[in-house]
Design a binder for this molecule. Structure first.
Ligand code: F6R
Length: 236
């Protein structure tokens, strides 16, 4: 695991955007694993600005999102389908039929395999160490499945995305598993702000998989870059 620390979220996101854009320029059929949440929004903004300026060609890129809420219409403004369309897909020349999300019936891991595996997986991290919605207790061999969100994840997401209305937050999601994530060729994890400090400190110390801290699985992947701002790790 390589840690890269930047003064602020914008510089950190620019660094991440360069990794994405270099990949697409070298391979116009690249497969990207994408995350939602507040963390990658600046990265997606930079990718959209790049498209306006440089017309990077996304037409043959395929994207695989990590997760989607369960029991929420994909038209809902709170869905991750909506989030991705709003923050990225509607602003670049991606072919919508090349954008995939896990669902109950689409055998997502096989779908990814049939497309030849993910070249670059973007991740955020939950304050409890979840990646995707692999909450504490997740199995190291987990594949895409229906999961229960923990109380703390529901509370954090209620604050960020549901006007603090806990009753509006879905309690389940379909998420790629830890094994699914680990099959990506390269992984970039982003973490910004002091709320991620504890999770990043634990990640730095991870030398083996701890099911109570799912992100620890990453210690065993050969190509992981952790991109953080200084608030997420004042000690590095
Ligand atoms: C979202 C996802 C989650 C988020 C995590 C951090 O697709 O998989 O693991 O990355 O909950 O969320 P934010 O970025 O809102 O702090």
């Amino acid at each position: 695991m390589e840690f890269k620390k930047f003064d602020n979220e914008i510089d950190a996101s620019k660094f991440a955007a360069d990794i994405v854009l270099d990949l697409i320029k070298n391979n116009n059929k690249a497969k990207l694993g994408l995350a939602t949440g507040s963390t990658p929004i600046t990265l997606y903004d930079i990718l959209c600005s790049d498209y306006i300026k440089n017309k990077t060609n996304w037409s043959e890129v395929k994207t695989f999102n990590l997760d989607e809420y369960y029991g929420l219409s994909i038209e809902s403004k709170a869905s991750y389908h909506y989030f991705m369309n709003h923050h990225l897909f509607s602003k670049i020349n991606i072919n919508k039929s090349n954008t995939y999300f896990p669902s109950e019936n689409n055998n997502y891991d096989n779908l990814i395999k049939q497309n030849g595996s993910i070249d670059l997986q973007i991740l955020g991290i939950g304050t409890n160490g979840h990646i995707g919605f692999n909450e504490p207790g997740s199995d190291i061999n987990s594949l895409t499945r229906l999961v229960d969100l923990t109380k703390s994840t529901i509370e954090v997401n209620a604050k960020k995305f549901f006007n603090n209305d806990i009753s509006a937050v879905p309690k389940k999601a379909i998420s790629m598993g830890l094994k699914s994530i680990m099959q990506a060729k390269k992984i970039v994890l982003l973490a910004f702000g002091s709320s991620k400090y504890d999770a990043i400190s634990k990640l730095k110390k991870s030398t083996k998989f701890d099911p109570n801290f799912p992100a620890s699985v990453l210690f065993d992947h050969p190509d992981v870059t952790i991109i953080i701002d200084k608030e997420a790790d004042i000690d590095l």
